[in-house]
Design a binder for this molecule. Structure first.
Ligand SMILES: *Cc1c(COP(=O)(O)O)cnc(C)c1O
Length: 358
């Protein structure tokens, strides 16, 4: 893969008004700049540019609209105390995007060159990186099929772009355990399908279960395996962990689960700390039994948006399972505190996870 990407810079003449830093919300306001580059089978990646944030013009026949050939990523940048900006594990995100690309018959991006472009763009958008406690800059790399053609085949043209938005602290009022609906009818992904790719269709397909869970007072869906509707997979846009008898248990990556970078961060820290960890299949019946006799002390999700999201309660086949009295457990709290501090440069970066923009 050629990685000497020539990047044009078009500066903005009208910087936008900065947001209300104390009221950021999530994903509604975007920065001054975006990165974009084009691909076709003749030229490969070309026309790379950092330009003012703005609309794309697409042919109504663009294949993404018809056949959903689309992939994306989500990562964050943080403001360090010395004013530098820190990206957390960006290369892992770009490499994962390339694995999603292969699954969806899309071209790989030159990860190192794109990282350099991202750093340059965030440097221009530097004043958009919040330094309010808990807040960060959310970064959304995306690739879509743009060839104007109806008739199913892998597109011969793509655009890859990156947009960014400042986001507030996920837990503005402290850690709040969530109530989660265990979905035993709809499924997210089947073996051999696209569950391990971060591709839009997975999320469109999840909306129905999500909206029904919301009606039941839950904020997320816990997915079970598609074959037997028995084994735990993951939650919404997070991976899932349980603490059972002082052992940390998470389902293995078997093709149907998104290989979360936060998941990997949790597993790496758990190993550093000498905690007992097991990546194994676990059934909802086992979870119920462990909850009943007090062995299940905690459950929490892991993902870029919330980092760690403690589960206070599962709703499963009209039974409510309270976990840790609905309070945040010490294991979840420890992962949350540590990961947040590493991300902000407040703890040593022992695994080379940080990329700094000075
Ligand atoms: C993005 C995502 C995750 C979490 O991945 P991170 O890299 O930790 O943010 C987990 N599950 C699904 C379905 C996702 O889309």
């Amino acid at each position: 893969m050629i990685s000497n990407l020539e990047i044009t810079l078009r500066k903005t003449e009208q910087p936008k008004k900065k947001p209300d830093w104390n009221n950021l919300g999530f994903g509604k306001q975007f920065t001054d700049y975006m990165f974009a580059m084009q691909w076709n089978s003749k030229k490969g990646w070309h026309d790379a540019e950092i330009r003012p944030y703005g609309s794309l013009t697409l042919d109504p026949a663009a294949m993404v609209f018809h056949y959903a050939q689309e992939i994306f990523e989500g990562l964050k940048a943080y403001c360090a105390q010395d004013g530098s900006i820190i990206l957390f594990r960006p290369v892992d995100n770009l490499n994962r995007l390339n694995r999603s690309a292969l699954r969806m018959c899309m071209p790989e991006i030159p990860a190192q060159a794109v990282l350099e472009a991202l750093k340059q763009m965030i440097d221009l958008d530097r004043d958009w990186v919040p330094n309010t406690p808990g807040a960060s800059l959310y970064i959304r790399p995306t690739m879509i099929a743009t060839e104007a053609a109806v008739g199913l085949h892998p597109s011969n043209e793509y655009i890859f772009f990156i947009i960014c938005c400042p986001v507030g602290a996920y837990y503005a009022e402290g850690f709040k355990p969530t109530k989660i609906y265990v979905e035993d009818q709809y499924v997210r992904a089947t073996a051999g399908g696209v569950g391990e790719a971060k591709t839009g269709g997975n999320y469109a397909a999840s909306l129905k279960a999500f909206s029904e869970a919301t009606k039941k007072g839950c904020t997320q869906v816990l997915w079970l395996d598609a074959l037997e509707h028995k084994y735990v997979e993951e939650v919404g846009t997070s991976n899932i962990f349980f603490v059972i008898n002082d052992e940390i248990v998470t389902p293995p990556l078997g093709g149907t689960i998104l290989p979360g970078i936060t998941r990997d961060t949790v597993l790496t820290l758990a190993a550093d700390w000498g905690l007992k960890v097991s990546e194994r299949r676990i059934s909802m019946d086992d979870i119920m039994a462990a909850a009943r006799d007090g062995r299940l002390t905690e459950a929490f999700g892991s993902g870029t948006a919330a980092v760690i999201s403690p589960v206070g309660e599962f709703v499963y086949q009209d039974k409510n399972i309270l976990i840790g009295n609905g309070q945040t457990g010490t294991v979840a709290q420890r992962f949350f505190d540590t990961i947040q501090q590493v991300q902000r440069g407040l703890l040593p970066d022992q695994h080379d996870w940080l990329v700094r923009i000075n």
